[in-house]
Structure formats: structure tokens, C-alpha cells
Design a protein around this ligand. Structure first.
Ligand SMILES: Cc1cc2nc3c(=O)[nH]c(=O)nc-3n(C[C@H](O)[C@H](O)[C@H](O)COP(=O)(O)OP(=O)(O)OC[C@H]3O[C@@H](n4cnc5c(N)ncnc54)[C@H](O)[C@@H]3O)c2cc1C
Ligand code: SF4
Length: 578
């Protein structure tokens, strides 16, 4: 396509140059003397993967015979960040039960003393923001009821879970990306770790280290939202057959140190600063959560903006919407005199029950966000991640104990668990909003009130199939003042992003695309990765510059026509408290 008229091009017409099965599935293992052998390989040291590791080691601790059968390394976790937690971000108000069951000897006071939990929710308020100045408190809708939940940091929680897993005997390979799924005779038999020390064009540099096959009796894909190997597995084993397509949301979050403690948890549901007409298609909301750090005594606030990636206005930017939101008096009063201490961005799967792929394949299972286990009506996934990690551990342990390699029972276990039940109740609640908040809002409300008793299966359509137009959402974004509002690059700077300047490009996009597509990527990317040259034509096709070393691996590009593949292990942000 050489030219376009505004509003007619969908990102799906410009698919990324990727052959998932060809590139990311390795057929067969290297010779025995060239590989590492482990019992269970867990890809991803986030909340879900580490819950799986910890539960497995609890079960194995009482069963030396099965432990012995898993070999010298019974449980290995492969994590691409510098340390577990480095790439994890969440709101994160957590339903506490699964974590309490995982570590039953710990109290919630212990969680806070460990520095990953910041207090129980006792007061909450939900507002509509009709304008840039007005906030109207409304009765708390059922999905926003958080009384009794705990505010946590998933990056700090992952660091704690890593420490527990290591003490119990897990082998945690940080700074290691799993780049290929190894399939032999129709069964997943492990993963391959990525090469390190390649240059921009893939050439080996002086410090080059080749990757290694990691052979496993069971493989757990716990890669979070948009998993690289998960995507390959879905294609290889047809795990999406008969399901709805996955859809995505993007959240940008900041943590602020504030002089005055916030006494309640706040959600706002717009419409300001979103454009909720069907044409612009923006659906989103915000959170402001109090965080009392009992280790340091500091009063912190978690603040974030989430937007569905179903919008049509190419100038939608979750980062800039958050900056805009902070100019509202409701927010400005909370942040007044404070200081921003952290920033980050991450996408989450929003399709819910109908978009969950089949969760098992020969030799492997999916847990947490890799399996799409998020209730985006309530913005809740952490407890499902922990629960699914534990249930995967129990299914794998039982199968390996019996000497079997089929983990198919896990699928049914999830269906019957709180994960399956909670996601079933809201299975049709979000889809009506794809018609816009005004048209879809009432039906969505009815679905929630009836807790899924209305029959039927509401369809999703893919985010990248939405035609994009260059609108004027951008006109509301404030000019960054460096105190309350910030640009993208200074935000990326405080993530501690450590991607080498001469690393190979891990972002796959077509670089010669209509301006609508280029603008979509430019505005959407919270890290400012995509640039359009100043002298590019106003209409028609433009060349996109990809500054991939800024990437914070949020995954959003995969929803809107590109593909995030795994970069070299150790690259990317180093989140501490997100
Ligand atoms: C903005 C936002 C707000 C949210 N708010 C809430 C909330 O308030 N409450 C709530 O309950 N839930 C919330 N959620 C959802 C919740 O955070 C997620 O469901 C949960 O954190 C996902 O955990 P996970 O372990 O599945 O994935 P992740 O936390 O994403 O962990 C995956 C890990 O795998 C690693 N990895 C991925 N691929 C590879 C690979 N190939 N090789 C090596 N390592 C790899 C990653 O680096 C990462 O560490 C929110 C999510 C977002 C994005
Ligand atoms: S380039 Fe990286 S940070 Fe930007 S949208 Fe894509 S995955 Fe997210």
C-alpha cells in the first residue's frame, strides 16, 4: 500500500516479519554432552513462575524419591531480567488468599516487614471525572470492591519469592532469555537459552557466549503478557483453536513519595481525559493506591493509567494520558509536595475466559498471564498467577511421581479452581465495551451484576484489526514540567534500563508503513522507541526509525501490528517497586 486516507488502515495489514514456528521452535535436542539437564524448567521468574517453583519444592521436600528422579537440578527458573522482579509491574492490589496458602507460615505483617506488601485496603472511593476539574464520587461498583485486599509490589514480591525458591533448592538463571521452545516427536522437551554478546547485525562480539539447550522433564511457560515462547507454542500446538483471539491493555505506572499519607484506595472511570465515542474507541481507567513502606517509614502512592489497546485514534498514549490525569485537582492534591520515585509500563491480556488458550500441551503448561488469567473488569491477575503456578506445580508433581509426562489434568484443575470460576463470572462483561463505553456500558454492567448467569459467548475481535485514524487526543497532553509531568525519555531513564547500544534489534515491525500506523506506534510506545523523521510526508507511507534500546519490554507493540521478541538476557529495565 503506497498511500492511505486517514482512518482506513489497520495494523494487521502490515504484519511483523516473523515466522514464529520456524524461528522460535527448535526441532530436537543437541547431543547430551552439550546440554544442561533439569527436572522442571520454568520460563519466567515473575509471580506465577516463582509460585510454581516454590510449590514444587515444597512437594519435593517431602518426597526424596521423586526429587532424585528429577536429577541434580530438580527445578530451574529462567528469567531474562537482571534479577527476578526486574521486569515485573502491576497495580497491584492483590487478593491475598493464594499467597497466604503458598507461604502459610507468614502473616500479612511479615509480608510488610519483608518489604513487598504495603497495607490492607480499609477505605476506597470510585470517581467519575466528567471534566479536567470535576470529580464525582459514585457508589463502588462490584468489580472495584477491594476491602481486605493488600497493596503489594510485584517486583518486590518476585525478589522475595526468588529468595525463598533459592533457599529451597531452585536453580535460578537470571539474565537468561529463553529464545526457543525445543520440540521432539511432538513433545516439548525443554527450551534453548539465547546467545549473548552479539552485535547489531547479529555478528559475534569479543564476549560472545552461545546459548544452550536446557532439557527438561516438564516445561512451564510463565512468561507473562505476550510470551515469546508462549506465542510459538500456541501456533505449534494449535492452543488457540476454538477460542476467541487475545486482546490487550497497556498500563503506565508511577510510584510517588508523598508528604501526606493517602487514606484510601481510589479508582477513576473517566470519561476525562479519554475520548469514549465509538469513533475514538478509548476505554480505560486509573488507580491511586496508598503504600506505606514499613521498612523505611515512607508514605508512597502507586498511580497508574490503563487503556485498552482497542482504540482507533493513533495519537492515544497511555504515558501521556497518565501525565494528563496528574493535572486533575483530585490527583494534584494527593501528589502535592511529593516526588516521583519510579515509572514503568506493561501490557496485560484483557480477553479473559474465552481468550484463554488451551493450557497444556505434551510436555508443557501455561501459567499466569501466559495463559491469559486476568480479570480486567477488576484489574486482578496476581492472585490467579499465584494460584495457577501452585496448581501447575501440583499437577506436574503428581504426573512425574507416577512416571507420566502428560500434564493435561492441569486444564481441568484450573477450570474447577477459583481461577476458572472467577473468570467465568465476567466472561462476557468486557466485550460490549468494544462498541464504546456509551453503547456497551449498560450491557457490561448487566453482565457483572448477574455474575455471568446470562448465557452466551461474546466475541472479541483482534486489536490489530481496528482501522486507525490520526485524531486529536494528543491535544490534551500537557507539556512536561519535570516536576509533576514527565516526558517518555526521562521516564525510561529512571527504570535503570540497561540495554546495550550495540545489541541486536529485538523489535520486529515493518519499517515502511502508512503514517497512521507509524503514528500509532509512536504515540503508543511508552518508551519513545518509534520515531518518524521530521521530513517525512504528511500523508502516505513513511519510514519508521526504531530506537529499540529504549524499549522497556511492555509488549504493547504485539497488539498493534509488531512483535516484541526476547532481547539478550539482562537487557531492559530493572524495576524495584512496581
Ligand atoms: C498496569 C497493570 C496493572 C495491574 N494491576 C493489577 C492489580 O492491581 N491487581 C492484580 O491482581 N493484578 C493486576 N495486574 C495484573 C497482574 O499484574 C499480572 O496478572 C501479573 O503480575 C502477571 O504475573 P506473571 O508472573 O504471569 O507475569 P509477569 O509478571 O509478566 O512475569 C513474567 C516473567 O517472565 C520473564 N520472561 C518472559 N519471557 C521470558 C523468556 N522468554 N525468557 C526468560 N524470561 C522471560 C519476564 O521477564 C517476567 O519476569 C495489573 C497488570 C498491569 C500490567
Ligand atoms: S518498543 Fe518496547 S516499550 Fe515500546 S511498545 Fe514495543 S514493547 Fe513496549
Amino acid at each position: 500500500m503506497s498511500a492511505s486516507s486517514n482512518g482506513r488502515v489497520a495494523p494487521a495489514a502490515f504484519p511483523p516479519p516473523v515466522d514464529s514456528r520456524g524461528e522460535f521452535v527448535k526441532r530436537g535436542l543437541d547431543p547430551e554432552d552439550e546440554l544442561i539437564e533439569v527436572g522442571v524448567a520454568i520460563v519466567g521468574g515473575g509471580t506465577a513462575g516463582l509460585a510454581c517453583a516454590n510449590r514444587l519444592l515444597q512437594l519435593l521436600a517431602d518426597d526424596p524419591e521423586t526429587m532424585e528422579r528429577l536429577g541434580e537440578v530438580p527445578v530451574a527458573v529462567i528469567e531474562k531480567a537482571k534479577t527476578c522482579g526486574g521486569h515485573n509491574l502491576s497495580g497491584a492490589v492483590m487478593r491475598p488468599a493464594p499467597l497466604q496458602e503458598l507461604f502459610p507460615e507468614m502473616s500479612r505483617e511479615d509480608w510488610r516487614a519483608e518489604g513487598f506488601a504495603f497495607g490492607e485496603v480499609s477505605k476506597e472511593a470510585v470517581y467519575l471525572t466528567p471534566t479536567a476539574k470535576l470529580a464525582l464520587r459514585i457508589p463502588t461498583p462490584p468489580s472495584f470492591k477491594n476491602h481486605g485486599n493488600e497493596v503489594v509490589s510485584v517486583s518486590a514480591l518476585a525478589r522475595y519469592q526468588q529468595q525463598q525458591a533459592e533457599e529451597a533448592g531452585a536453580y535460578i538463571l537470571t539474565e537468561t532469555a529463553a529464545t526457543q521452545l525445543i520440540v521432539q516427536d511432538g513433545t516439548v522437551v525443554g527450551v534453548r537459552s539465547g546467545d549473548k554478546g552479539r552485535g547489531k547485525d547479529g555478528e559475534p562480539l569479543g564476549n560472545f557466549e552461545p546459548g544452550t539447550d536446557i532439557k527438561a522433564q516438564a516445561t512451564v511457560l510463565a512468561e507473562g503478557c505476550w510470551g515469546h515462547l508462549t506465542g510459538a507454542a500456541i501456533k505449534e500446538f494449535d492452543l488457540g483453536e476454538g477460542r476467541e483471539p487475545q486482546v490487550w491493555e497497556l498500563g503506565v505506572k508511577e510510584v510517588w513519595k508523598v508528604p501526606k499519607p493517602l487514606d484510601r484506595l481510589i479508582h477513576t472511570m473517566g470519561p476525562w481525559p479519554l475520548k469514549i465515542s465509538r469513533k475514538s474507541g478509548q476505554i480505560g481507567g486509573t488507580w491511586i493506591y496508598p503504600m506505606k513502606n514499613e521498612k523505611t517509614g515512607e508514605d508512597l502512592v502507586s498511580i497508574g493509567f490503563v487503556v485498552e489497546l482497542e482504540y482507533a485514534d493513533a495519537t492515544t498514549s497511555a504515558h501521556d494520558l497518565l501525565q494528563t490525569f496528574k493535572t486533575h485537582p483530585l490527583v494534584r492534591n494527593i501528589l502535592a509536595g511529593g516526588e516521583r520515585v519510579a515509572w514503568g509500563a506493561k501490557a496485560l491480556p484483557g480477553g479473559g475466559y474465552w481468550s484463554m488458550p488451551k493450557l497444556s500441551m505434551p510436555g508443557a503448561v501455561l501459567v499466569g498471564d501466559s495463559g491469559g488469567m486476568v480479570d480486567t473488569m477488576a484489574l486482578k491477575g496476581v492472585h490467579h498467577c499465584i494460584r495457577s503456578g501452585m496448581l501447575a506445580a501440583e499437577s506436574i508433581y503428581a504426573a512425574l511421581k507416577r512416571g507420566e509426562t502428560s500434564f493435561a489434568s492441569y486444564e481441568q484443575v484450573i477450570e474447577e479452581s477459583s481461577v476458572g470460576k472467577e473468570l467465568w463470572e465476567v466472561r462476557n462483561a468486557r466485550q460490549p465495551l468494544q462498541k464504546g463505553l456509551l453503547l456497551g456500558g449498560p450491557l457490561s454492567g448487566l453482565q457483572q451484576i448477574t455474575k455471568g448467569r446470562l448465557p452466551g459467548r461474546a466475541a472479541w475481535h483482534r486489536n490489530d484489526a481496528k482501522p486507525m485514524f490520526i485524531g486529536d487526543t494528543k491535544d490534551v497532553y500537557p507539556k512536561p514540567d519535570g516536576k509533576y509531568t514527565f516526558d517518555k525519555l526521562s521516564s525510561v531513564f529512571i527504570t535503570g534500563n540497561a540495554t546495550r547500544d550495540d545489541a541486536p534489534n529485538h523489535i520486529r515491525v515493518q519499517k515502511h508503513v502508512p503514517r497512521e500506523i507509524a503514528e500509532t506506534w509512536r504515540w503508543m510506545c511508552p518508551a519513545g522507541v518509534y520515531e518518524i523523521p521530521e521530513d517525512a510526508p504528511e500523508h502516505g507511507t513513511v519510514d519508521v526509525i526504531v530506537n529499540y534500546t529504549n524499549c522497556v519490554q511492555c509488549g504493547a507493540i504485539t497488539a498493534k501490528g509488531g512483535r516484541l521478541t526476547v532481547p539478550e538476557g539482562g537487557d531492559g529495565p530493572l524495576y524495584q517497586i512496581l
